[in-house]
Design a protein around this ligand. Structure first.
Ligand SMILES: *[C@@H]1O[C@H](CO)[C@@H](O)[C@H](O)[C@H]1NC(C)=O
Ligand SMILES: *[C@@H]1O[C@H](CO)[C@@H](O)[C@H](O)[C@H]1NC(C)=O
Ligand SMILES: *[C@@H]1O[C@H](CO)[C@@H](O)[C@H](O)[C@H]1NC(C)=O
Ligand SMILES: *[C@@H]1O[C@H](CO)[C@@H](O)[C@H](O)[C@H]1NC(C)=O
Ligand SMILES: *[C@@H]1O[C@H](CO)[C@@H](O)[C@H](O)[C@H]1NC(C)=O
Length: 519
C-alpha cells in the first residue's frame, strides 16, 4: 500500500483525556452539518486519525488556475540507479523520482498531487504496487520491491493534480449533502417522498430524526407534509448536485489531468536478475504481487488457487459466510453464486444462497445509509454493527465486510463514526466467539470521469482506506488488499474490478478460510 508521507512537522502532542475531567467535545461542524459528539476516547482516536491522513497543503482556492496546475504531459519520472551499483536483483528496492511541472512547463514547488505507481511485466502477468512518497517540493518518489526475474516496467499515473484536491476538499466542506437521498412514505393511499441525508440544510420544514439509537448513526429526512415520520417505507439514492465553477471543472479533464500517465525521461524499464545471496527484505513493502496473473501475498499467507467449483465447495463445506457492505462485496457474493449456480435477483438484496448437500450458507446484505442503492425497503435498512451483534459466530462462521465507496462525499468523520460502531461489534463478536473468521475488503481505485470524481474520487477512497486500515490494525481480522490488487493488475482501474482480479481476491479470501488447501 503506498503512502504519502506528510513531512510537515506535525508533532502536535495530544494527551489521552481522562474520562473524569474532560467534557465531551462539542461535535464536529461541516458548514451546516453537525456530527454527534464522540466520547473523549473516541474523539482522541479521531484526532489521531485525522492527523495521520493530513494531506499536504494544496494551492488555495482563490489562486487556482489551470496554467499553474500540475500537468502530467510536462512531468516526468526517472529511474534511479542501483545503490552500490551492479545489476538489479530480486529483493532490491528500486526508486523512481517523479518531477512535476505545470502547464507552462514550470517546475512545481509544492506537494499534494495524487499519484499511483506500479511496476509490471504484461508478458509475465507480473505486477506490484509502488509506494509513493511526497517530498512536498514538487518531486515525489515511488519505491518498488523487485519480486520477479526479467523485465519490469514502471507506470506512474497522476490521479489528480494537487489543485484538484483543493476543490475536492472544498466540496466536502461546503456541500457535504451533494449526494442526497430520498425516502418514500406511505399510509393507505397517501404517498409522499422527501429528501434525506446525514445532515439536512436548515429550513422551515420539520425534520424526522432516524438516528439509530444502538449504533448512534445519524440520519434525517424532511418530514412529509401529510404523513408521519413512522410512515417511511423505503430508502433510495436521490441524486447529486454538481456545483463547481468553470475554472474548477478544468482541473478534472479525462485525458488531460485526470488519471493520466506520466512519461519517463529515460528508460521506463529495467531487467531484474535472480538474487545472488541474502534474504529478500519485505519490510514496509507491498502486501503482495502478481506473477503469471496469480496474486502472491507477502504477509505470510499462502494464497492457494481454488480454480474449480469443487475446490471452492470443498473449502466452504459446513461454513456460514455472512457478507456485509457495498456493491464491491456483492460482487463477491455473485462470484460464489455463479459457482454454485443458484439464481437470485441482482438488486439490493439481501441475498441468500444455500448449498444443501454441502451445508453451505452464504448471505449478502448491504450496509445502512448512506447506501446509494435504489428502493431499499426500510425493513431491510440495517446497520452492519447491529447485524454483527446478531451473529453467533464460531469456527464455521466467516464474516466478510466491505464498506467505503458510499462514504466519499461525506466528511471523513462520518466514516470514522461508522467504523467505530462496526469495530466495537467486531470486538464483541471476536470476544464471544474468537474462532470466527473476519475478513475485510479494502477500498480500490476506480475509473474516473468528472461525475465519478466529484462523487467518488480515488482521493476520497484513499483517505478512507487509510482510516479503515488504521482502525482495524491489531485486531484479529484479515485484509484483502483490494487497493494493491487493482493497482498492480494490468487492467484499467474499475470500481467493480474485472473477473481476473475478483478471482484473485476470492482466492485470498478462500485461503484465509482454508489455510490448508481443501482442508
Ligand atoms: C525535493 O526534496 C527531496 C527530498 O528532500 C530532495 O531530494 C530534492 O532535491 C528536492 N527537490 C527540489 C527540486 O528541491
Ligand atoms: C436525533 O436523535 C438522536 C437520538 O435520539 C439525538 O441524540 C439527536 O440529538 C437528535 N438530533 C436532532 C437534530 O434532533
Ligand atoms: C453552490 O456553490 C455556491 C458557491 O460556493 C454556494 O453559494 C451555493 O450555496 C452552492 N449551491 C448548492 C446547491 O450547494
Ligand atoms: C525496455 O523496453 C524496451 C521497449 O519495450 C525494450 O526494447 C528493452 O529491451 C527493454 N529494456 C530492458 C532493460 O528490459
Ligand atoms: C489455477 O489457475 C492458475 C491461473 O489460471 C494456474 O496458473 C494454476 O496452475 C492453476 N492451478 C491449479 C492447481 O489448477
Amino acid at each position: 500500500f503506498f503512502k504519502f508521507h506528510n513531512k510537515v512537522n506535525n508533532t502536535k502532542i495530544i494527551h489521552p483525556p481522562t474520562i473524569s475531567n474532560v467534557a465531551p467535545p462539542a461535535g464536529v461542524w461541516y458548514n451546516f452539518c453537525k456530527l454527534k459528539p464522540l466520547s473523549p476516547k473516541e474523539a482522541f482516536e479521531e484526532d489521531l486519525l485525522l492527523q495521520s491522513i493530513a494531506w499536504p497543503d494544496t494551492p488555495p482556492l482563490q489562486s487556482l488556475s489551470l496554467r499553474k496546475s500540475s500537468d502530467p504531459a510536462h512531468s516526468t519520472f526517472t529511474i534511479l540507479g542501483r545503490m552500490g551499483e551492479g545489476q538489479w536483483q530480486i529483493g532490491d528496492k528500486m526508486e523512481v523520482i517523479i518531477k512535476m511541472y505545470d502547464f507552462q512547463g514550470r517546475p512545481k514547488n509544492c506537494g499534494g498531487d495524487v499519484i499511483v505507481a506500479r511496476l509490471h511485466n504484461p508478458a509475465l502477468g507480473a505486477g506490484v504496487a509502488g509506494k509513493v512518497v511526497d517530498h512536498l517540493n514538487g518531486s515525489y518518489s515511488a519505491v518498488f520491491s523487485l519480486l520477479w526475474e526479467g523485465s519490469a516496467q514502471v507506470e506512474v499515473i497522476l490521479v489528480h493534480p494537487s489543485e484538484a484536491v483543493t476543490v475536492l476538499g472544498r466540496l466536502t466542506r461546503e456541500q457535504p449533502d451533494r449526494v442526497f437521498f430520498k425516502s418514500q412514505f406511505r399510509s393507505g393511499r397517501v404517498s409522499e417522498t422527501t429528501t434525506c441525508n446525514v445532515c439536512l440544510r436548515p429550513s422551515r420544514q420539520p425534520v424526522c430524526n432516524y438516528t439509530e439509537l444502538h449504533t448512534g448513526q445519524q440520519w434525517f429526512c424532511y418530514k412529509p407534509e401529510k404523513l408521519s415520520c413512522d410512515a417511511r417505507i423505503s430508502h433510495s439514492r436521490g441524486g447529486f448536485t454538481q456545483n463547481i465553477t468553470a475554472m474548477e471543472n478544468k482541473l478534472f479533464q479525462s485525458g488531460v489531468n485526470l488519471k493520466v500517465s506520466i512519461q519517463a525521461s529515460g528508460l521506463a524499464n529495467i531487467t531484474v536478475l535472480q538474487q545472488k545471496k541474502g534474504k529478500v527484505s519485505l519490510e514496509s513493502g507491498p502486501s503482495g504481487y502478481y506473477y503469471q496473473g496469480v496474486w502472491r501475498a507477502l504477509g505470510g499467507t499462502t494464497v492457494w488457487q481454488f480454480n474449480t467449483s469443487s475446490a471452492i465447495t470443498q473449502c466452504l463445506r459446513g461454513k456460514v459466510i455472512k457478507m456485509y457492505g457495498d456493491s464491491t462485496i456483492r460482487q463477491w457474493f455473485e462470484y460464489f453464486n455463479g459457482e454454485f449456480n443458484l439464481h437470485s435477483p441482482k438488486q439490493t438484496g439481501p441475498f441468500i444462497a444455500l448449498d444443501y448437500p454441502n451445508n453451505i450458507f452464504l448471505m449478502y446484505r448491504c450496509h445502512g445509509p448512506p447506501i446509494r442503492f435504489m428502493n431499499v425497503p426500510i425493513s431491510e435498512v440495517h446497520y452492519i454493527a447491529n447485524e454483527l451483534d446478531n451473529v453467533i459466530g464460531g469456527s464455521n462462521t466467516v464474516v466478510v465486510l466491505g464498506i467505503w465507496s458510499h462514504f466519499s462525499t461525506f466528511p471523513i468523520e462520518v466514516y470514522i463514526r461508522r467504523l467505530q460502531s462496526i469495530r466495537s461489534a467486531v470486538v464483541r463478536l471476536l470476544s464471544r466467539a474468537p474462532e470466527t473468521l473476519v475478513v475485510i475488503r479494502t477500498a480500490n481505485p476506480k475509473a474516473l470521469n468528472l461525475y465519478e470524481t466529484l462523487t467518488n474520487s480515488d482521493w476520497y477512497s484513499l483517505q478512507r482506506d487509510k482510516v479503515l486500515r488504521a482502525m482495524f490494525k491489531g485486531l484479529n481480522v484479515h485484509l484483502v488488499d483490494a487497493w494493491e490488487m487493482v493497482v498492480a493488475y494490468n487492467l484499467p482501474h474499475s470500481l467493480h474490478p474485472q473477473p481476473p482480479i475478483i478471482k484473485n481476491m476470492i482466492n485470498v479470501l478462500l485461503s484465509y478460510i482454508c489455510p490448508q488447501k481443501g482442508g
